[in-house]
Design a protein around this ligand. Structure first.
Ligand code: NDP
Length: 283
């Protein structure tokens, strides 16, 4: 069959310094697998050009785009509306054209939630979350919206930790408290789910999270946002104590799946996307 002669539907990624972004391979693998005449392209956009780039995307009929640092917050003023969790966390990483409007969503936390739900429903659960940066904030908001009972944020900087617990308590009305991280942390006995939402361990297989591993109990879900290496030291320690490990690659793939769902309306094949991502990352 000959190729259709109309232009492909376009989505893409607006970021800075994103050359070689493995997400491109993952999303395009989904399009190819499902026979969609779509393209996902990387666009290097500097902060001063963001407004013009979004006007260009509108003019060219882009069906949406991802955006990463440094655009996740500044993009909001150029959009027509926000999804619930993007509004709560004040950050957008996925823009979706709905009718003639560009709506900002955040798939960071949704990707984590989707990956977690394959192992455990967080509703009614008690969570310990290390970190209070962008990834931890996105995860915490989705966990709160999914009915988590309690979130203990453990963070090095008090100020960032307080910003997150304030958001969780005041905006999302969830039981949230902050522990300023100082030395090895002992997990409370009622902990069901432990999450490393910090950058500790990225490209550093031996990096150690300051956590008393004796407080890890069999059956707990222990998740890491770090996707390279896939098996972090935290996940290895957790597995050796009978916990259920959840790696960051699943979160990354799930984000891609949700983006493709938002843009195209189809449910893409997760295995195809994970394989393409692993190949692009050389895992
Ligand atoms: P940020 O810079 O916004 O936040 C980093 C967090 O890590 C902060 O809480 C910071 O604490 C903490 N931190 C960093 N170094 C240390 C340290 N030595 N000791 C204690 N705390 C530390 O980063 P992001 O939240 O955007 O990203 C975090 C990680 O998540 C990255 O590695 C990123 O690659 C990964 N990620 C994975 C995704 C996936 O799909 N798997 C998606 C998005 C991100 P403090 O506040 O005190 O500075």
């Amino acid at each position: 069959m000959s190729e259709p002669n109309f232009l492909p539907a376009l989505v893409g990624s607006m970021s800075q310094g994103a050359a070689g972004n493995p997400t491109v391979a993952m999303i395009e693998a989904a399009f190819a697998h499902h026979g969609l005449h779509w393209r996902y392209i990387n666009m290097e956009v500097s902060p001063k050009d963001l407004s013009a780039a979004i006007l260009g995307a509108r003019a060219m009929g882009f069906r949406g785009f991802n955006c990463s640092l440094p655009h996740k917050v500044t993009v909001i003023s150029h959009l027509d509306g926000l999804g619930e969790s993007a509004a709560a966390m004040g950050a957008v990483n996925c823009v979706v054209r709905r009718g003639d409007q560009l709506i900002g969503e955040n798939t960071d936390g949704k990707g984590f939630l989707r990956s977690l739900q394959a192992l455990e429903d967080p509703r009614g659960k008690s969570v310990v979350l290390f970190g209070a940066g962008g990834a931890a904030r996105a995860i915490a908001v989705e966990l709160a919206l999914a009915g988590t009972r309690k979130i203990t944020v453990v963070n090095r900087s008090k100020e960032r930790g307080e910003e997150l617990t304030f958001l969780l308590r005041e905006t999302l009305q969830i039981d949230a408290s902050l522990v300023v991280w100082n030395g090895d942390y002992d997990l409370p006995e009622d902990t069901d789910i432990v999450i490393n939402g910090t950058s500790i361990g990225l490209y550093a297989p031996e990096a150690r999270l300051a956590l008393n591993t004796d407080s890890l109990r069999a059956g707990m879900v222990v998740a890491d946002v770090i996707f390279n290496p896939v098996r972090t030291r935290l996940l290895s320690d957790a597995a050796s104590r009978g916990c259920r490990p959840l790696d960051g690659l699943g979160m990354l793939v799930s984000q891609g799946i949700i983006g493709v769902q938002y843009w195209t309306g189809i449910e893409p094949d997760a295995a195809v996307m994970r394989a393409a991502l692993e190949a692009a990352m050389g895992i």
